[in-house]
Write a protein that binds this ligand. Structure first.
Ligand code: NAP
Ligand code: ZN
Length: 400
């Protein structure tokens, strides 16, 4: 079976589709992306900048598919510039480093999440909260790139060049395919648990058992919390219990009584985490929050309705949000998950299956994160000393 997922015309890496490039500054890389809003995910060629002194060049080996990728390609978060190469949770192998880089050498395994740059000088950046950079962090894709050509292009690609501060070290022995989703879905759910100190014995609930939600469940269970899952998919009940849930509630957002058990669950939860990817009505959930408890939204940034002042007065409830995690926290999370074998449940796909995978995510049919297997050709993978069991078994990080 061939593992070259690029049609013949893209096998020549100098084919840039007619665009002009300066060969002394930029190098083409094969990628998969959308040429237009809502378009299919197709092969294309992007340019990667030449190494700067603080840059790390990475061959991408595994890249997760986040629902944010789908929102972006669909134009659900406003008009975007196309072509777009999504992908903001990936791991790969370092191939070269700039002269000032001390944390990595060629051959190391490395990960990249949702950001590739920020001002690094504002108070938030100094505190390791680069995601809240006051001038705006540079996102891994679809962001104007202060260091490269045009806008950033993400991890659905064979190669990327990233500023070293925004590169995560992957611990020796880590399972690489299941480490990739930690870079977004893992840290996005871990960060609020750290900030609002979710602890042992507390009553936790997650709404939505998808990519973020199932990571939240696993992390909360590992912290010793009693975890309840609110799902709209009765078929996920068994999986939720297998991942450690103490209770599963099947709820019906469009019904007059969305949560049939609302009365018995009143004032129950210390911490509710919503991963719902579309605008929703909060009214059914606020009464379920315990005194001084928090409702944390990490789901879609659109309209959340149904909030009354009184529902927040009552029990001194907090309604808050949280955005991914900073670089130190992302490293902590990756180290923590690898040390404790907290792994996402993934489905490995080839790049030519991404378009179909998007539809399955939208139909709540992913179990529970799609991960795209390397765009590299097999000989390059061999050079990187990869054990890649066929057909799509996990590969492990091998100590050099
Ligand atoms: P996902 O894999 O699609 O999971 C979302 C889950 O929510 C679905 O599996 C489904 O679970 C439930 N759901 C879907 N549509 C629903 C609806 N209309 N009403 C109620 N429940 C619904 O998505 P994801 O990758 O986990 O991402 C979730 C959201 O977080 C996305 O909007 C993404 O953009 C956002 N996000 C935010 C951050 C951040 O920094 N805050 C970071 C990454 C992603 P059930 O079948 O169990 O109901
Ligand atoms: Zn994401």
């Amino acid at each position: 079976m061939t593992e070259t997922f690029f049609p013949e015309k893209f096998a020549d890496r100098t084919d840039t589709g007619g665009r002009e490039i300066d060969p002394t500054q930029l190098a083409p890389a094969r990628a998969w992306g959308a040429q237009r809003e809502n378009g299919p995910i197709q092969p294309m060629v992007v340019e990667r900048r030449a190494l700067r002194p603080d840059d790390v060049a990475i061959d991408v080996l595994y890249c997760g598919v986040c629902h944010s990728d789908i929102h972006m390609v669909r134009g659900e978060w406003g008009a975007q510039a196309f072509p777009m190469v999504p992908g903001h949770e990936f791991v790969g192998r370092v191939t070269a480093v700039g002269k000032d880089v001390t944390r990595f050498v060629a051959g190391d395994f490395a990960g990249v999440g949702c950001m590739v740059d920020s001002c690094c000088t504002c108070d938030n950046c100094k505190a390791g909260l680069e995601q809240y950079c006051t001038t705006g962090a540079t996102l891994t894709y679809a962001s104007p790139d202060p260091r490269g050509p045009g806008q950033t292009m993400g991890g659905y690609s064979e190669r990327i060049v990233v500023r070293d501060r925004f590169v995560i070290k992957i611990p020796d022995g880590a399972d690489l395919a299941t480490t990739a989703p930690l870079l977004c879905s893992g840290v996005t759910t871990y960060s609020p648990m750290q900030h609002w100190r979710l602890g042992s014995g507390q009553r936790f609930a997650v709404i939505g058992l998808g990519g973020l939600g199932h990571m939240a469940l696993k992390l909360a269970v590992h912290r010793g919390a009693q975890a309840t899952v609110f799902t709209t998919s009765a078929g996920k009940e068994k999986d939720a219990y297998a991942m450690g849930a103490t209770d599963v509630v099947v709820w019906h957002p469009a019904a007059n009584d969305p949560i049939l058990q609302a009365r018995e669950l009143a004032n129950r939860f210390d911490f509710v985490l919503s991963t719902i990817p579309s605008p929703y009505d909060l009214a059914p959930f606020l009464p379920l929050i315990h005194q001084d408890g928090a409702f944390v939204n990490v789901g879609a940034p659109g309209l959340i309705s149904g909030v009354t002042g009184g529902a927040l007065w009552d029990q001194r409830r907090s309604l808050v949000g949280s955005c991914i995690g900073g670089m130190p926290e992302t490293q902590d999370l990756v180290d923590y998950c690898c040390a404790n074998a907290i792994r996402p449940q993934i489905e490995l796909i080839r790049p030519d299956q991404i378009t179909q995978a998007y539809l399955r995510v939208e139909n709540k049919d992913v179990r529970y994160r799609f991960v795209i297997r390397s765009c590299l050709r097999p000989q390059r993978a061999r050079i990187a000393r990869w054990r890649v069991p066929m057909p799509y078994g996990p590969a492990r990080c091998i100590r050099r």
